[in-house]
Design a protein around this ligand. Structure first.
Ligand code: AMP
Length: 563
């Protein structure tokens, strides 16, 4: 390669300093776009790496590769190069509050043999950092240290400032992905949406810059997603009124909204990878999901999407459990028994070819064709079609979903393509209100048959402004057998009156109750009632004085009206 094609790292340092010298985004964009254009002309080979480095990154967003250098190792490298103790390096960092400034300061003390040194090129810095990331296994820390030491020993104080920051992934020049995307669009004269879309599909701004320069907008339009490289999920907005939402969409595909973690599952050859919405690969923690996928979906290269929830005896249980599974590195086989998972698939982005531009209704049909469900383990999201005339089907699904313990319903536009990373009106969420009320138990009703000896339904009250209790609802769900028994044990001494199956109780037990909606109701003293109340927990941490008020219920009711 001719020497002028080997751009000096010093040039990148000048770029960083220029971007850091202004707080104005437009100016930063202009500086960066000029730089990318210049690199595109003088050193096109290096454009992808310069693009990534301008954000302080080595690897594209989709990649799982990491440098694996902690601040301790970096401090050691600095101390070796500069010839001071690691403690001195640490002191300097503490004093300047930043690894970059500290390095610059310390490197000024370095015996300057720079006269005889070959200046660092961008490529050399980049390739060495890649090499560091590639080192694994025995003595890897030592080997990483050696490369880092060699790299830093050729660095000037200014270069050290930015190399050290890049190593710790904190460049601090106030440039983010948004500015970089604007700069690429401007440098290569391409509409911003085209750059945005290419980035969404590839998660690799280095590649986007390269294609933008070489092939322009039409080249970028040809970029698409690939199994193995995760994309950011399409996001949902809140539906303010399901009937209006359905009307706006013409008709809607309504699906149960499961409360777990969203996963994007990729298959290439025999390899299955499961990514979170933040593109983290969690496959090792969830071996059964890989097994289910292999069994249920006809082999091909594909990307499917869904939600994983924890179920016990067919019922969803708290979302918290799933975090225990996802974060787990050991004992996975045992946990797999204790915390069983169900995957509900709801989309397919790729099957032998990209499908994301096809309308949702066709993607769903494809999903139904390629998946053989495994009951209780791998299923498709429950879906109904609702038109403006049959919008009650959506309401019915909502009520069923809440009753089954799910979060609500998603309303999806059947004609919409899949738009990674975008939050739009093509997918709306309609949740049971996340609000809960703290209510006191004032009575209850015994069950029938086998449950005749247990109070199964509790009458709940809140307080008015004079601290008088006013009834609001009956609640009969959300309690497991053990808690129900405990509640009955607590209730027994509080009973003041029994009439048939009904009892009155001294107000004492406080429950936190979730619900789907507040409605006006003459049946209860407060004038309101709850739809689908569910006990979240028994509250022993507050007293009757702290329970919720009629006033709060009124205000939630009014807010719901305008939502
Ligand atoms: P939210 O996290 O409240 O913004 O709601 C959107 C999330 O709901 C998505 O990111 C998914 O994780 C989740 N979800 C659950 N069920 C579905 C479904 N059937 N379709 C799409 N998203 C779903």
């Amino acid at each position: 390669m001719p020497p002028e094609n080997n751009m000096k790292y010093q040039k990148l340092v000048e770029l960083y300093e220029a971007m850091d010298s202004t707080t104005k985004r437009l100016e930063k964009t202009a500086i960066l776009s000029e730089f990318l254009k210049m690199v595109g002309e003088k050193d096109p080979e290096n454009l992808p790496e310069v693009t990534l480095l301008s954000l302080g990154r080595i690897f594209p967003t989709w990649s799982e590769e990491e440098l694996g250098i902690g601040s301790k190792l970096l401090m050691k490298a600095i101390s070796l190069v500069v010839g001071v103790s690691p403690e001195e390096v640490e002191d300097q960092i503490r004093e300047s509050g930043d690894i970059g400034y500290a390095s610059q300061e310390l490197f000024q003390r370095k015996v300057q043999s720079t006269l005889f040194m070959r200046p660092l090129t961008i490529d050399k810095v980049y390739q060495n950092l890649v090499k560091i990331a590639d080192i694994t296994g025995g003595r890897s820390q030592y080997k990483k240290l050696e490369i880092l030491r060699e790299l830093l020993s050729s660095a000037t104080p200014h270069e050290a400032k930015y190399i050290t920051r890049t190593v710790l992934e904190e460049l601090r020049v106030g440039v983010g992905e948004g500015t970089l995307k604007d700069a690429i669009a401007r440098a290569f004269n391409i509409p911003k949406e085209v750059v945005e879309r290419a980035q969404m599909l590839t998660n690799d701004l280095g590649l986007v810059a390269k294609v933008a320069r070489e092939e322009g907008a039409s080249g970028l339009r040809r970029l698409t997603l690939k199994p193995g490289k995760p994309v950011k999920p399409m996001l949902a907005q809140l539906s303010t009124d399901y009937q209006i939402s359905i009307r706006d969409m013409g008709y809607a595909l309504c699906e149960t909204k499961y409360d777990g973690i969203r996963v994007q599952i990729h298959r290439i050859n025999d390899e299955i990878n499961i990514f979170t919405r933040r593109l983290e690969n969690i496959s090792p923690a969830l071996p059964e999901i890989t097994e289910y996928i292999k069994k249920a979906i006809k082999p091909a290269e594909f990307i499917v999407e869904g939600e994983i929830i924890v179920t016990k005896e067919g019922k969803p249980i708290s979302f918290q459990y799933i975090l225990q599974r996802v974060r787990r590195k050991y004992d996975i086989e045992r946990l797999r028994e204790e915390i069983p998972l169900t995957l509900y698939l709801f989309d397919v982005l790729y099957y032998q070819k990209p499908t994301l531009d096809e309308p949702l209704k066709d993607r769903r049909r494809l999903l139904e064709e390629i998946v053989d469900i495994i009951p209780g383990k791998l299923e498709l999201s429950k879906q109904v079609k609702a038109t403006p005339q049959t919008s009650d089907k959506a309401l019915q699904l909502f009520n069923e979903s809440i009753e089954e313990g799910h979060e609500g319903v998603m309303l999806k536009d059947p004609n919409a393509p899949y738009t990674p990373g975008l939050r739009g009106k093509k997918m709306l969420k309609w949740k049971a209100t996340p609000e809960t009320l703290d209510l006191v138990v004032v009575g209850g009703t015994y069950g029938t048959g086998k449950r005749a000896h247990l109070i199964g339904s509790f009458r709940l009250a809140l307080q008015d402004e004079n601290k008088k209790l006013k009834t609001l609802a009956h609640v009969a769900t959300g309690l497991d057998d053990k808690t129900l028994q405990e509640l009955n044990d607590m209730s027994e001494p509080l009973i003041t009156l029994k009439v048939g199956r009904k009892v009155e109780m001294v107000p004492s037990i406080i429950m936190e109750v979730a619900f789907s909606e507040i409605v006006k109701s003459p049946e209860y003293e407060s004038g309101y009632s709850l739809r689908f109340p569910v006990v979240k927990r028994i509250r022993t941490d507050i007293s009757i004085d702290d329970i919720d008020t009629v006033e709060r219920v009124e205000s939630i009711y009014q807010n719901m009206e305008i939502l």
